[in-house]
Write a protein that binds this ligand. Sequence first.
Ligand code: PEP
Ligand code: CO
Length: 448
Amino acid sequence: MNNSIKNWKPGSWINFKAKQQPSYPDKERLDEALLRLSRLPPLVSSWEIESLKSHLSIAQKGEAFILQGGDCAETFSECNSENIVQKLKILLQMSLVLSSGLKKPVIRIGRLAGQYAKPRSSDEETIDGVSLPSYRGDLINRIGFTKQDRVPDPELLIKAYNTSAMTLNFVRSLIDGGFADLHHPENWDLSLFNKSPMAKQYQNLVDSVSNSMNFFESITGNALSTQRADIYTSHEGLHLPYEQAQTRFLEHRNSWYNLTTHFPWIGMRTADLDGAHVEYYRGISNPMGIKIGTGCSDDHLISLVEKLNPANEMGRMVLITRFGASEIDDHLPRVIKAMEKIKANILWICDPMHGNTESTKEGYKTRRFDNVVSEIKSAFSIHKKLGSYLGGVHLELTGENVTECIGGASGLTELDLSKAYKTQVDPRLNYEQAMEVAILIADHIKKN
Ligand code: PEP
Ligand code: CO
């Protein structure tokens, strides 16, 4: 990808239809905020982005696995030490379980430090007969149900950038300070649910990794450093003016990069071939995801991939499939075959969350743990059967003890949902459920 991409500029998307964009009442304030954003230093560097790309191309060959996870929507108010620590902890602990089961390195990508914009199925939300514009994420408007709260505010763009920077700063300092080091047992224990039978299985694993490490250290006399555990960031690159403001041309690479995140993805609702999002993404050099649902035809997918990755570069194109447990058998084989037909270099990731959302009688949006696990297992077996490779999972999860998804070892039921239902948008796996998914994947791979 380079400077000569035909008829492309960071702002050329403006000539195409942009779905899911807010309408700002004060255009001048918007332009002023975007100008400020464009002058601020980038959140990530092209070195990190290229390093992720090379990890993704290794995963594409079946030699590594991607764990992408985090909140459906991050919020400014939840940007605090405890939440960030818990998120990091769950990603690290899951990756330890996965890499021991899969016998492969696991690359961690957070839905983190920028996941502030949400596509909505309806432009309006109605409560007790009152209709207001929908909440579109903290990047755009506010969750409160007043007219004032729902007006898109350009100042939130700057606040989102600042909050992303604070999150990333803390993540980097934790990692650099040795948070992921197995010599720090406090970061590896499962204090939240140490009575569960799963905790014993997990503890045995941590002990065995730690024993092998101690053994190695005692015979070599050298301390083994397990300090570095990279965490990459990702978010849905939905709000095009925001993404554009941090899109820079880097002379030394002769390429354009979106420097708000390592790995932006195109959501299912904005992947139109002639839409503004695809136009924007075709010009940046970041690796990128596309969410693929049941409505995506083979022809559409082929055209998308040819447009977004014309050079068939390794490590660039990630297809995140989200069909649902009951539909995956009908759709995943056809899309794998479509990509084989054009010999596209694809990294396949399974998102077992977004095709499995349902609502309870009381109106809670939830997901059944069994459906989540079933979609993942189906994805593994379909890929295997077709000679392709499932290179990762994409999960909505939190390190907190919330009650948003039903099922799992502790048997959460519909009646439990009201106890700690905190998400602003989609239901997340809680700490215990997320660990259980990792353990079940590891077990499944060992047995198959
Ligand atoms: C999401 O990832 O939160 C999301 C909205 O996904 P999708 O575009 O797959 O519906
Ligand atoms: Co979601």
